[in-house]
Design a protein around this ligand. Sequence first.
Ligand SMILES: Cc1cc2nc3c(=O)[nH]c(=O)nc-3n(C[C@H](O)[C@H](O)[C@H](O)COP(=O)(O)O)c2cc1C
Length: 246
Amino acid sequence: MDKKFFHEFIERGLVKNNRDNTPKARHEEMPLPEKPYNPQAPIIKLTDPDILENPDVGFLELVECRSSIRSYTNEPFTINELSYLLWCTQGVKQMLSDRVTQRNVPSAGSRHAFETYLFIDKVEGLKPGLYRFLAIGHVLQPVDTSDDVKERMHSCFNKVKMFEDAAITFIWAANMPRMEYTFGGRALQYLYIDAGHVCQNLYLAAYTIKAGVCAVGHFHDYEINEALGLDGENDFVVYAAHVGKV
Ligand SMILES: Cc1cc2nc3c(=O)[nH]c(=O)nc-3n(C[C@H](O)[C@H](O)[C@H](O)COP(=O)(O)O)c2cc1C
């Protein structure tokens, strides 16, 4: 590891340097808990989390049998199953205020700085393409369902076969100002730690519905940010996961 880079990274985030140097400490306005959505694009309702089934899987089985799975069958997911996976990974349990969400995963300072994008290939009733999950309303919105979007996303994921075979690829993009609001120079550390919690819940939830997951840290950053319409500075992809039936 480049020592200078590491030193600068740590210095930027030192609690003592940071304490009075955050937007929160300066009493600036708190960022929105979700990026604005496209009012022109349709909204697709997902199954209400209150009526999702609770699979009967023992906790130790779940923990011990979790593993990364890289080949999948062609079986599609139902909207119920997709709703369940989204609820377990980013579901909003309550609004603590109009700017702060409490979700099914932990997040530093409850900042919950992720937006979930999905490349959907095999979900009953949904046209393949790129979608965004709007966590507060628990709904989906199509982002790009053009004919060549799968090919473009495949290239973002280094043309790996598991992307081609996956029914759904989860893509978690950070909104940096949301995390910086409370943590200033320490925000980046927390974003990458938060991402691990989200993906772990995906692994565990998928196991309970006989689906497999493989976490993915290997993607082309510039390409994928561009494909999602993210600027790569305030908003950027940090983590992804392929999911399919096994
Ligand atoms: C941060 C992170 C990034 C990963 N990135 C990839 C990846 O890009 N491609 C891949 O095939 N597996 C990836 N994996 C999966 C690991 O290779 C896998 O977790 C590891 O081999 C241990 O296997 P297990 O998950 O079955 O216990 C990643 C896992 C983590 C936690």
